[in-house]
Design a protein around this ligand. Sequence first.
Ligand code: 0O2
Length: 307
Amino acid sequence: MLLRTGNGQLKVSAGRIRLVNGDACRSSICYNYDKIIKIKWEYVHMGVEEFLKQEEERFIRDNLMSDEVFDFIRANTLPFNQLMAYYRCAIMEVETKFKVLNEQFSLQYDRNPIESIKTRIKSTEGIIKKANKKKIPFTMQSIEENIRDIAGIRVICSFSEDIYMLADCLLQQDDIRLIEMKDYIKHPKESGYRSLHLIIEIPIFLQNEKRPMKVEVQLRTIAMDFWASVEHKLRYKKNIPDSEAESLAVELSDYADQLADLDYKMEQIKKRIVDAEKQSEPTGERKKPLPTIGGMLVKSRINGLIK
Ligand code: 0O2
């Protein structure tokens, strides 16, 4: 038996109902025939995409919001909110450390290694998803022990050299304990993703207590950040056909390599500027800022033409 819907067909055979989209039979979306006929008969009248969306929402309701999660939320709302507040404090501590380093470099070397800092606390939904993915018990202790990226700080630099320099400066501080370092710059992910990840522990000082908190620090260049934010969008888009998603992923992986190459070239330019500065005679007084290098080039070419 075949039932036509907006964008596809529902195929009923041997007591099972299957969603068929074009030629591809998506066996992952296979439901009990009686159940669907009784409860979800209206699906027959809606488009396949809408059907998938509703099923996904149902999946989240049924699987993420289990009795265990509901019981946990009921019993732990206050301690959970308190824990999240501690994570926010830990983020403040780490952010301040990076701001101090940036300030010091600005004074000492007249440059800022940090372009920007972004912080975030993982959403409750994100925590539930990760707990389910890691198959850990849903208790306060297990969440705190096993989910290490509830507090996240992302430091964006212009050059990858600065990433390693800042990571070293942070890890040298005696109140920081490194739990794990993942170097996705030297060893990029298959997707092309690049960043330096540090899982650290930092103490926060409360009224009567010193509490170590875990924080995930992601350090990346502007180019790496640009790539990751575009790729992240693709990752969470649900309605892209598989073949298109695959070809976009291949292209993105190629662009990640190109951006890494560009990062390297920009770093070389910076080094040449620093070397050129070092070689020039120190006059003791500060030079007037030069027009842009590109502007100077155009000017000298014009002068050449005029002569
Ligand atoms: P969000 O919303 O960014 O927080 P672990 O956390 O160590 O138990 P996991 O998840 O394997 O295990 O850690 P991983 O892969 O070292 O780092 C996870 C985070 O890095 C992700 O966070 C992303 O922020 C980022 N990331 C890792 N791989 C990719 C990638 O291929 N593309 C993009 N755009 N980002 C990536 P979350 O948990 O996904 O969510």
